[in-house]
Design a protein around this ligand. Sequence first.
Ligand SMILES: Nc1ncnc2c1ncn2[C@@H]1O[C@H](COP(=O)(O)OP(=O)(O)OP(=O)(O)O)[C@@H](O)[C@H]1O
Length: 334
Amino acid sequence: MKSLRLLDIRKTFGEIDVLKGVDLDVEEGEFVVFVGPSGCGKSTLMRIIAGLETQTSGSVEIAGRNVDAAVPAKRGIAMVFQSYALYPHLTVAGNMTLALKEDGVGKDERERRVEKAAALLQLSALLKRRPAELSGGQRQRVAIGRAIVREPRLFLFDEPLSNLDAALRVNTRLEIAKLHRTLKATMIYVTHDQIEAMTLADKIVVLNAGVVQQVGRPIDLYNRPDNLFVAGFIGSPKMNFLTGEFARAENATTIGIRPEHIRVSTEGGLWQGTVRHAEHLGSDTYLYVALPGGSEVTVRIPEESPIAVDSTVHLTPLPGRIHRFDEAGHAIRA
Ligand SMILES: Nc1ncnc2c1ncn2[C@@H]1O[C@H](COP(=O)(O)OP(=O)(O)OP(=O)(O)O)[C@@H](O)[C@H]1O
């Protein structure tokens, strides 16, 4: 049985088609991440799954049951948002149990669930505190705890880490990964963050302008993007794209090569160019290299390579690492 099925979901706001027919199957226990540019419809899709928004057409099935007519509380889901809106007058435990009380769960069972979730999230010592007495990261963990105690079939996370600072994001990201391993629950997660998507997802769904561009394991999207959009969206720094002579030599309209898949040498390379700028990041350096005909490529090299700005370099794509695309932007498979 699928944990979640989306069948031809369409959503129109006034004149605007925000979702243009989204189909998706999510297996039991899978961690699925939605990525895509701002405004592509990620949050709208999450809200439709949750029942907070009604689709214009299409249907949503959760655990094999059509939930189109079900209110959010009856869908077996729990959501964690970017803004976690805890009740300031309630303790951590109070915040975590409120929805359970409303659901009619008995006191002993409520306490059992809160204790279990608090232990998982390292909140046991904080249960009597109020939100004002917690750090941002702790508050976000309470918001996650509030979702866990409901023991949902499906967790929905909408950019849950985006209000946290960089170090906390990393910690909380690891905690969410651990939580997924422990609970073995199905999780759907929206993010703008490439690292979150690549590290958390069993499966990434790339959306653009309300259309699913590709669904696959992170490593497959990275290695075998179906089209120019996915190729350019997954990976940081972005894949380089070259047209004209460079692409014709490979029987393609456009070729793509990732910055980390280009070898730099002083002679004998496939392409020759001039270093325009270098960015030193500590662990590695990004070289911005101008090629003949006005193209520019980014090359990622280990920090110790001392290549000066304005010097001439030879570049060679690593074997098998050139991505070829046709006129319509679709990948040409060998
Ligand atoms: N209630 C609404 N009424 C009208 N238009 C809306 C409404 N909600 C969302 N939209 C529009 O739908 C489109 C998709 O919005 P949505 O919030 O789903 O995008 P998103 O991919 O989550 O974006 P972001 O990454 O910026 O959060 C946007 O163009 C947005 O302006």
